[in-house]
Design a binder for this molecule. Sequence first.
Ligand SMILES: *[C@@H]1O[C@H](CO)[C@@H](O)[C@H](O)[C@H]1NC(C)=O
Length: 249
Amino acid sequence: MKNLSLLLLIGFVGSITANLCITKTLNFCQYGFNQNLNVSSTADWTNPGTLNFIVRSYYLQGIDGLLAVCNARQQFAQCLGDQYDACMSPLNFIASGESPADAQSYVQLFKTMEFDCNGGFIQSSRNWPCIATILQVKDDKLNECRQQYNTDLQKSPSALCQASADYETCVRRQFGTTCGSEVSWWACERTRRGLSIDSDCPSDTCSLVASGAAMTSSGDERPSKLVFEMQSDVVDVIHEISKRQKMEH
Ligand SMILES: *[C@@H]1O[C@H](CO)[C@@H](O)[C@H](O)[C@H]1NC(C)=O
């Protein structure tokens, strides 16, 4: 019995150590990320607004800007290695004194880039001109979507999943009307990934057809939903393909 509790204790401590985000390492990797984007400022998780501004300005430059961001992000993730997942949790930064909003915003930025450059890379790269245009011309609307989400959450924190779903719908509407259904999916999934709600809202998924937007012209909505609903295993396959594509280059 005593041995068992000792074993359990060792296992417990072991799993904590494996999941630590070490600030020194994160600092180092963040420095590398900034250098890769030619940013001289010391922007990090304490000022996510500056980082957001920098990444956005690259995105608006077009596909080369996207690739520059993806390159910097890839090196950042490799630099963090095993610590990556632990560092991509807002709790880290809240524990070290950041406001929950800043902590969330920093993690959201990196989770969003992860999607833009990995899971959603195929869709990003083949639609980037339209995506970059919407990021620019619909900036106000996209901020409104975000503000509505914050307001909803403040009003009722327990309605996280509904607020998230509404946020996803709001964002996908901005992209979908101009860029089509693939980008509509991309915008929804990108938003969902950014919020890191997989464990809190497991039933929240992004289908190719926006909910409520029935395909009246083709008559039957069901088959397309079945074919195009992006489940996580499909996203994994896409991830593999984009990895292979990168290796070929
Ligand atoms: C950063 O600056 C260097 C030197 O001016 C340049 O070669 C490089 O392409 C720049 N990187 C980015 C991502 O713009």
